[in-house]
Design a protein around this ligand. Structure first.
Ligand SMILES: *[C@@H]1O[C@H](CO)[C@@H](O)[C@H](O)[C@H]1NC(C)=O
Ligand SMILES: *[C@@H]1O[C@H](CO)[C@@H](O)[C@H](O)[C@H]1NC(C)=O
Ligand SMILES: *[C@@H]1O[C@H](CO)[C@@H](O)[C@H](O)[C@H]1NC(C)=O
Ligand SMILES: *[C@@H]1O[C@H](CO)[C@@H](O)[C@H](O)[C@H]1NC(C)=O
Ligand SMILES: *[C@@H]1O[C@H](CO)[C@@H](O)[C@H](O)[C@H]1NC(C)=O
Ligand SMILES: *[C@@H]1O[C@H](CO)[C@@H](O)[C@H](O)[C@H]1NC(C)=O
Length: 379
């Protein structure tokens, strides 16, 4: 019942409309010119015509309005991108802060600082790739939650073309991995863009999702190959699921890893947000795997996106700001760990938290491996 409370918790007038306006009985008298039985025939015809015209106008407006909504589509004409940031190589994790507070999504996890992450080898950056993993050492006490990592880029962004070259995605019962962008200290006002996200075995396809403040909907014309899950991006609507689109099966988990992963390209501009998934072997030639090649990709040559979030009924520049790149692996928590999800939907054994506490070896494959992240901007 937060209808009568604003965001800061101040109670507002529980009867914001005030008392009903007083009814002027004098106006309703039988002799009044407002009483229909006193109208002349001419007045009656005029009123009838007026009503008909009004109804016609309403119908025409409604039809045109819905046609406009279903027919209009943003102009995604090419932008001139230049390379802004490259995340790659031995210093990959120097570009990130390690989040160490309580997990905001109630996971059974201890997000560790960089020193602990290094000690347990939970983050490891080599020349060719960077690994971020869940602890699978059977000697660690995981009875109150398992060690894992959540890193947030120091750099923040207000637009851009983001190329995520991913070699391996985490999966397995209890896991809830994500590669996403957000401004966690201004959520959901500054928005959230989930590029890769799944739970448990992660074998039903990647979910690409926006979470926003009110008035951002995808009930409009879209051009995408993925399956629409929900159209309201408002973060607090329904089950707080946001507006998601599901990719093909090999876009996450074991099937993704078996093909050597692939590239996710996310373009965020005023006109809309689009995400493409390119399996390894089908990456467009204008996305060079060699990070020393600074030539910019051109999304207009890639064909239909996997997920398309046009700005038609969502003001992108006001709903998305100051985003950091975030990579993490949560365990259990408010999505993966719900009984209806963990047991009923995915058939995982026992209780999620028991699995986490007692089954270290199950986390050997629960790791992200990134080749590079590259960010291009047009302004
Ligand atoms: C991009 O650059 C080309 C050539 O430099 C120029 O012709 C074109 O107008 C530019 N487009 C935009 C959208 O700035
Ligand atoms: C670990 O984090 C601390 C504090 O943020 C920072 O000073 C230090 O440079 C980091 N060390 C490494 C190896 O990233
Ligand atoms: C740390 O992890 C990386 C990546 O998985 C691996 O190559 C390396 O051998 C590990 N180092 C140690 C000391 O276990
Ligand atoms: C850089 O990549 C582009 C494709 O985006 C390619 O056309 C070009 O030849 C590459 N340059 C070098 C020096 O490899
Ligand atoms: C932008 O994000 C950073 C990192 O999350 C945060 O510290 C900062 O307060 C934010 N700035 C604004 C203007 O919201
Ligand atoms: C441990 O994980 C394996 C799969 O990795 C699973 O088959 C087994 O049931 C799990 N054991 C417990 C006690 O949860």
């Amino acid at each position: 019942m937060d209808r009568f409370q604003n965001k800061s918790g101040f109670a507002i007038d529980s009867d914001p409309y005030g008392p009903p306006p007083s009814y002027d009985k004098a106006q309703a008298g039988t002799g009044s010119k407002w009483a229909p039985k006193n109208w002349t025939k001419k007045t009656m015809i005029a009123v009838a015509i007026g009503v008909c015209v009004l109804i016609a106008v309403i119908i025409i407006a409604a039809v045109l309005g819905s046609r406009a909504a279903s027919g209009s589509y943003p102009d995604y004409s090419p932008l001139n991108y230049t390379l802004k940031d490259t995340y790659h190589g031995n210093d990959f994790f120097d570009n990130f802060n390690y989040f160490t507070g309580w997990d905001p999504t109630s996971g059974f996890v201890h997000y560790v600082p960089n020193t602990t992450a290094q000690q347990y080898n939970l983050t490891y950056a080599g020349e060719d790739s960077a690994v971020l993993r869940v602890d699978y050492n059977s000697g660690t006490d995981s009875s109150t939650g398992r060690f894992s990592v959540r890193v947030t880029s120091k750099q923040t962004y207000d637009e851009g073309l983001f190329i995520f070259d991913v070699l391996h995605s985490p999966y397995g019962c209890s896991t809830w991995p994500a590669l996403w962008l957000s401004d966690p200290s201004n959520w959901p006002e500054n928005g959230e863009i989930d590029v890769m996200e799944s739970v448990n075995q992660g074998n039903t396809g990647n979910q690409m999702t926006l979470h926003t403040s009110k008035h951002c909907k995808m009930d409009v014309k879209r051009k995408e190959t993925g399956d629409v899950l929900d159209k309201n991006c408002y973060a607090k609507a329904g089950d707080q699921q946001g507006c998601g689109v599901q990719g093909p099966k090999q876009s996450f988990g074991e099937a993704f890893n078996n093909i050597g992963g692939g590239v996710y390209a996310m373009e965020w501009r005023n006109e809309g947000i689009r995400v493409w998934f390119f399996p390894r072997g089908s990456v467009p030639s204008d996305i060079p795997s060699d990070v020393s090649n600074t030539s910019a990709p051109d999304p207009s040559t890639w064909g239909e996106a996997t997920a398309d979030f046009p700005g038609t009924n969502c003001d992108i520049s006001s709903h998305f700001k100051n985003q950091s790149i975030i990579a993490n692996i949560d365990l259990c928590g408010s999505w993966a760990g719900q009984t209806s999800v963990y047991s009923d939907e995915w058939g995982c054994p026992g209780q999620c938290t028991d699995f986490v506490a007692n089954n270290a070896s199950a986390y050997e494959k629960a790791y992200w491996e990134f080749s590079s992240f590259r960010v291009y901007q047009a302004n």
